[in-house]
Design a binder for this molecule. Structure first.
Ligand SMILES: Nc1ccn([C@@H]2O[C@H](COP(=O)(O)OP(=O)(O)OP(=O)(O)O)[C@@H](O)[C@H]2O)c(=O)n1
Ligand SMILES: C[C@](O)(CO)[C@H](O)COP(=O)(O)O
Length: 232
């Protein structure tokens, strides 16, 4: 059992979702998406602090939501930045402890499983950096001006979140990325650039990120499957 702090990112605009509001407020089985995500960590005794990174324009909406769903402790609101990486940086700066293991997670991934979390935090504590990922099932092509090449699928993994780090490692990785002007699409890539080891922990194909409208239907199907399994 590894105690951890977590940064949950909810400060994006959800443009690809094409919804009227930030996708974090989309209702799934009568609960906003971000509440499904928060519940996983709020109810985990190993989670000591949640820095929920938000868009400053949504401060009162988020405060109302936290009050309505009775998050009475361990959740703090932090203002995010323009890019995902800026939001993570703000979340790191707001962490109460600069020690131990810190997780970084997309608010738009509500289906992370408890056993994945346990394996992830153990690896992060041991190695220094770890992420959930699943083997790629499609054949991936690289297209450049000189034509197509096919990548070796046996070596390819689709990165997910949470990603977990010793605080000092991810802090250093973000400072280095800032200094060198590197903008990554995930946090593990910032640690890779320092030349430090990062371990993959196999996650679940259900740990989807809700990105496009089609993902809402997938999420509803996952929730339905879960409630049927509970009733067995
Ligand atoms: N400046 C940003 C950009 C993204 N995120 C968060 O990072 C997660 C992953 O990003 P993505 O799925 O791309 O969300 P959005 O940026 O909201 O979506 P889009 O790119 O379609 O606008 C989301 O939970 C999103 O809220 C964030 O906190 N701050
Ligand atoms: C971090 C991430 O979820 C790993 O798959 C992903 O890279 C986020 O990318 P996005 O473009 O911000 O959705």
């Amino acid at each position: 059992m590894v105690p951890y702090q977590i940064i949950i990112l909810a400060a994006g605009q959800g443009k690809r979702m094409k919804a009227k509001q930030n996708k974090q407020f989309i209702s799934l089985e009568n609960k906003p998406l971000i509440v499904h995500t928060l519940d996983v960590f709020y109810n985990d005794p190993n989670c000591t602090l949640i820095n929920l990174v938000i868009n400053p324009n949504e401060q009162s909406e988020m405060e109302n939501l936290l009050a309505h769903f009775k998050y009475t402790n361990k959740v703090s609101l932090v203002h995010g930045g323009v890019e995902r990486q800026d939001s993570v940086y703000q979340g790191l700066k707001a962490c109460a402890s600069k020690d131990g293991v810190v997780l970084i997670h997309d608010g738009a991934r509500p289906f992370v499983k408890k056993d994945s979390l346990e394996r992830l935090t153990e690896q992060a504590e041991y190695i220094g950096a770890a992420l959930l990922a699943v083997p790629v099932t499609d054949t991936i092509k690289r297209k450049t001006d000189s034509g197509l090449t096919s990548l070796n699928r046996n070596e390819l993994w689709a990165a997910q979140t949470p990603q977990a780090f010793h605080f000092s490692i991810i802090e250093k990785a973000h400072e280095h990325a800032k200094k060198t002007g590197y903008l990554g699409t995930d946090d593990a890539s910032l640690v890779e650039r320092l030349g430090l080891p990062v371990e993959i922990v196999q996650g679940s194909y259900d740990n989807i990120k809700l990105t496009t409208p089609e993902d809402v239907e997938k999420a509803q199907a996952i929730l339905k499957k879960r409630s049927m399994n509970k009733g067995e």
